[in-house]
Design a protein around this ligand. Sequence first.
Ligand code: CA
Length: 537
Amino acid sequence: MNMKICHYSRLAITLFVASTCTALFANNTRTPPPTNSVSRISADPITLDIHFHFHDRLKAVYDNEWGVEKQASSITGISLNNITDKHNVSGNEAFNLLMATGELPDIVGGTGLREKFNQYGPAGHFLPLNNLIKKHAPYLQHYFDNNPNILNAISAADGNLYHIPYVPDGKFGRAYFIRTDWLNNLGLPIPNNVEELYKTLVSFKTRDPNGNGKADEIPFFARNVEELIRLVTLWDARTTGSDTWHDFYISNGIVRHGYVEENYRAGMSHLAKWYSEGLIDKDVYTRTGNVRTELLASNRGGMTHDWFASTSSYNERLQDQIPKFAFTPFAPPQSVSGKRIEEHRRTAIKPDGWAISKTNEHVIETIKYFDFWFSPQGRRLANFGVEGQEYTLVDGEPVFTDDVLNGDIPVNARLWAVGAQVPRGFQQDYAYEKQWTNDIALAGIELYEQGDFLVEPFHGVTLNKEEKETIDFYWKDILAFMLERQADWLLGLRNVDDDWDNYLARIDKLGIKKVMKVMQSAYTRQYSAPLTAEIEE
Ligand code: CA
């Protein structure tokens, strides 16, 4: 829970203010992209020490031998030298061990460090980058000019920027999937709204769409119970505003939480009914292992809400095993009020990237080096690896080699091994992923793009010390209580309609007003003021 609370402390952007601003900046090219390519940064080669720990699961560190590092070094004249010990710890723990030594290398970077940068930056350990970017980093300046919402979201509580972030690309993450071959077997259309969806799930349950003579179908299943709860959006409720489950969301500049709202009561009431009728996997809270593979390969699962690319891949994986198997992304059914929304989207920024230590003796060269990775040349290197090794240019566009696309190891692992797609401060290019996403997923993404189903994201807020203490003190217990009741209601152990008033009273007593007040003031400080200033300029 602490991890999630940390995550809250960087959030999002408001639909209204932020999207307005983004559009303003995008249409009005006050800062055209730099035209001259980055030349060599330093005539004499410079070597900078770096502490860089990434991918908590893999516990990977920077590698001087990466093809991408060597290429960057030959272009810029700057080499990075890894000083990260390969401890068996998380990125955050590795960072803490580094800070405990009292000696920082020139650059510190990796996974999950934004909060650390925003804590240790203002305390004097890392340099504020705003003026350095203005003077020496035209590509970064151009990026932030066009993405003021991102700059706001990742700046520290003192208003300064202390790190260059890893910026993911691609908006679409999860989608609704349904067995369209089952629909065909039953002569049903793709469900268009929540009422039709209900009838479809009842048909899946009662009309033997898999044709084995047994009522063994599980109409709706989910790998994560949160993706089941997300169905409350069909009753116009919300479960989150970010890619973190149970997060706050923003509506017209106001920070809100879905789990105290009337539509959520209505949604949970209906989901409990669906559960009691066997339309939802009865073991949704307790299943372990590879739920999606198990329920699809056994020809029992009918519908889910899950990632485009990986879920679409079951069409290829199961085509020999289940004749005519078709698990297809479809548009979000219309809610009770006629809205179609897809609540999940990829995060616009990761809490990853790199920062310049106070002790760095080549500050200007370092910010220029950071800038290189936002230039077209650096961005291609960071995304695709080295030309001739990982990709070739076809009509001017990088296309991965057969060795990368069809080798023995997954594409992303193959790229990490040469230092591409690692979370240095860089801007991802979705074209890298598109090359290994199947046509069913791409068609689904197109459908969601055309339908404009995504809702505006909350990028988070940076809390100051007092605010963080308040959130840490109250929010954990409130959320735990919310989730406890959520499970009880769904499973039919308690009744949401009977409980509702007492539920709200209890949350009030646990301090929700204090939490919302802090979130709102942090949000307003982080987004409204600077954005307004920029607009009036
Ligand atoms: Ca059956």
